[in-house]
Design a protein around this ligand. Structure first.
Ligand code: GDP
Length: 424
């Protein structure tokens, strides 16, 4: 069986966690390869309801090994809090089923401070950061100004390294932002309180994955956010600071030789977007409020109301292309059941001309959505488990999307629970 990546096609929050939770049953190892605690994957299963931020969504399956790869922003405080929450609900987390890459960089205490300080400085020009320190973290990683998780096993070198970094970072904190400087005492406490807890899980995950690959184990790569938030291919600068695309999975996981045969792109049956930035198909007023309420569209991490709109074919087709998706999981189809007519954004109007190509980021602000309508089905579809059980209008909607984006829709999700799925 081919290795698989599960990725978001749009702006994130498509329901990736739900799909990973479903598909992990077929895999031996689940690997998170980018991002950090700035977004949440919602998983509902026999243990309860969870908003996972850093833990791979395979954590609930017995026998599945979960890996946090070198590409993630490893925030020891948040990770430990999340681990305690999951363990508190009866899930066993041991160094056998959770492995943290020794090459993952640690998100340091000042990264969160700098995120908040910079958003405050930007005032009304802010990018909508979740203030989890992700942008300062990845900038520092590129500058080689972070600490690798494996350095926790070299206490003397770690302290010398942290002292150098602290002296450098205090210049920015105090001179640029007028904030309080860090001290070694604060960092000692951070090592003792946050890092020591996760230390038993840190290992050479590269070696583990290499061996797993040689043994023919089935690997599942789990991404965070979606194509349009990818640092290189998304709506820059309203992107995240890492690569959310499947192509990055081998690098960020610790297995550069990995071949990914299957890319499951997750698409929501309508559009949502958290935070700032261009969102061409955005709906407003009562129409938006009705959709937001029907889909419970409030951020998993921040509780912020999400911006909503109809399915955006232009953005989705681009997202499919960027992810090189081989199949699609369409989620939350049940949410549209209240609509008499279902709006779909099929093209953009830009500079007086219609286009079906996703424009350059700066041009997006001038694009207007071209909306077409499809018949709704106006009945509860959440109990459907076979394609034939969907009303004709719902089948037409799914078929239309499949034709427009040029990728097979293999999964249709009609509810948040693990088994609320139609596999075609
Ligand atoms: P992720 O970050 O891509 O995993 O997505 P989120 O967790 O932010 O958002 C997905 C939300 O939709 C979660 O609350 C899921 O429980 C829920 N969900 C996923 N699939 C479905 C579905 O088919 N129908 C409904 N009604 N809810 C769903």
């Amino acid at each position: 069986m081919a290795n698989c990546a599960i990725v978001g096609i749009n702006w994130g929050d498509e329901g990736k966690g739900r799909m990973v939770d479903l598909l992990t049953g077929h895999y031996d190892v689940v690997i998170r390869y980018q991002g950090g605690g700035n977004a949440g994957h919602t998983v509902i299963n026999e243990y309860g309801k969870f908003a996972l931020h850093l833990l791979p969504s395979g954590i609930f399956r017995r026998g599945v090994v979960n890996v946090l790869g070198n590409g993630v922003a490893l925030d020891p405080e948040n990770l430990w809090a999340e681990m305690q929450e999951v363990m508190g609900k009866g899930v066993s987390l041991t160094p056998d089923n959770l492995k943290i890459s020794d090459r993952a960089s640690l998100l340091l205490p000042w990264h969160r401070d700098l995120d908040a300080l910079e958003e405050a400085r930007l005032a009304d020009k802010k990018y909508g950061s979740t203030k989890q320190g992700i942008a300062p973290f990845y900038s520092d990683k590129q500058q080689k100004k972070t600490v690798l998780a494996g350095e926790l096993f070299y206490p003397e070198e770690l302290r010398a390294h942290l002292r150098d970094l602290m002296e450098w970072k205090n210049l920015t904190l105090t001179k640029v932002y007028g904030a309080k400087p860090y001290t070694m005492e604060l960092l000692e406490r951070w090592i003792a309180d946050a890092c020591e807890n996760i230390k038993p899980y840190i290992c050479d995950t590269g070696e583990f994955l290499h061996t797993a690959q040689k043994q023919g184990k089935r690997l599942l790569f789990e991404a965070q956010l979606g194509s349009l938030r990818d640092l290189d291919y998304g709506i820059y600068p309203y992107t995240t600071s890492s690569n959310t695309t499947a192509a990055y999975a081998p690098i960020g996981s610790g297995l550069p030789s990995a071949k990914i045969g299957n890319v499951v792109g997750v698409v929501k049956a309508y559009s949502t977007c958290v935070g700032e930035g261009p969102f061409v198909c955005e709906m407003f007023g009562d129409e938006a409020e009705a959709l937001r309420r029907a889909g419970a569209e409030y951020g998993a991490k921040t509780g912020r109301p999400r911006r909503v709109g109809p399915l955006d074919i232009v953005a989705t087709r681009y997202g499919v292309e960027v992810q090189a998706a081989t199949e699609i999981a369409l989620t939350k189809l049940d949410v549209l059941s209240y609509m008499e007519k279902i709006p779909v954004c099929t093209r953009y109007l830009l500079n007086g001309r219609e286009t079906d190509r996703f424009p350059f980021p700066v041009a997006l602000k001038d694009a207007k959505p071209v909306i077409e309508y499809m018949d709704g089905w106006r009945c509860d579809i959440s109990a459907a488990r076979r394609w034939e059980e969907l009303p004709a209008q719902a089948q037409n909607y799914v078929n239309m999307i499949e034709n427009q984006i040029g990728c097979r829709i293999k999964y249709v999700s009609v509810g948040p629970e693990r088994d609320s799925i139609i596999i075609r």
